[in-house]
Unconditional design. Structure first.
Length: 324
């Protein structure tokens, strides 16, 4: 049975790696914490099967150093009252019982992309290039930018505007605004993507992270971040820095996966792009949580939109910086 196979794999990993690890205080503390919180995981273990839990234990404690990542309070509300909603690979997905934000229980510093230099991998870049460079992707993004501003009664930004992007990828969004006459700048964690934006697109994109950025105060009219927040260990840092960077009345435009995965069909939970199995995603947002972040960090929500990829929802939000 799958449980038997998973049990054998776990025992083998224990004898191969675990004996030495049991001498580590950090390992003992992490493993003890896992046992102590087991009651909050039992419902998920019963729902998805014991073998899934055993595979998680093996991957988390014996096949890597993921147990060394810290358990942090909820990024949105600061709470520590979590319950388990899913296991995948080395990750336990948990939900804050106080505010509803879902996240990975133990997160690497900044993001898994930074930890593993994901977007400096030629294989990953080749896969993403097929998406980012497709006409459909570019036209869809332009469509939603037009829509979210125009439905809010605003002109699409262009000449005279200064725009900053977190996570510029291949520069499609910055290029869109640049072609409309805006002055644009961005950051990207990948040296390959940074070089691509600079050499092939002529865009001012620097290699940096959200945490590493020392922003110039009140320097921009618009800050944008498309599918960045879900990758960060502390999304609040992006909201705080965006507020600092924007002039009074400036706009923040963000887009994130936004499905209610806990109550979604298993096929949606297993979606490789926006489901629980995308290990690069450290947070799982729903619209009320994003709206709460915006309010908390000094923004008024102006407009939003939804779209679906493989029946899994993503949402965009346009907000204005306001005086408090």
């Amino acid at each position: 049975s799958s449980v038997s196979r998973s049990s054998v794999a776990l025992i083998r990993s224990f004898f191969r790696h675990g004996l030495n690890r049991f001498l580590s205080p950090r390992f003992l503390a992490s493993f003890g914490s896992e046992i102590a919180t087991l009651p909050s995981s039992l419902k998920v273990v019963r729902k998805y099967g014991f073998s899934l839990f055993l595979r998680y234990l093996e991957a988390h404690f014996f096949l890597g150093n993921h147990y060394k990542f810290p358990k942090s309070p909820c990024d949105f509300c600061g709470g520590r009252n979590y319950r388990t909603v899913f296991f995948h690979g080395h990750q336990k997905k948990v939900k804050c019982e106080d505010c509803g934000l879902e996240c990975v229980e133990r997160k690497p510093s900044e993001s898994l992309d930074v930890e593993l230099e994901t977007y400096d991998s030629d294989e990953v870049l080749s896969e993403m290039d097929e998406i980012w460079s497709s006409e459909g992707f570019i036209s869809d993004r332009a469509h939603f930018i037009h829509r979210v501003f125009e439905e809010a009664g605003l002109s699409v930004p262009g000449e005279g505007c200064e725009i900053f992007e977190f996570g510029s990828a291949q520069g499609q969004v910055l290029e869109f605004f640049s072609e409309r006459g805006a002055q644009v700048r961005g950051i990207e964690t990948s040296s390959n993507l940074t070089a691509y934006c600079r050499r092939k697109k002529g865009l001012e994109v620097d290699r940096n992270t959200v945490r590493g950025l020392n922003p110039e105060a009140s320097a921009y009219d618009i800050v944008v971040a498309f599918h960045v927040l879900e990758h960060l260990d502390r999304p609040s840092e992006l909201f705080a820095k965006a507020n600092e960077m924007l002039r009074e009345g400036g706009f923040l435009l963000i887009e994130v996966p936004s499905a209610d995965l806990e109550h979604s069909p298993l096929a949606h939970q297993l979606n490789l792009k926006h489901g629980y199995v995308n290990e690069a995603h450290l947070n799982y947002f729903q619209p009320p949580i994003i709206e709460g972040y915006l309010k908390k960090y000094g923004f008024d929500l102006l407009n939003s939109y939804d779209y679906f990829v493989d029946f899994v929802r993503s949402s965009g939000f346009l907000a204005r910086k306001v005086s408090r």
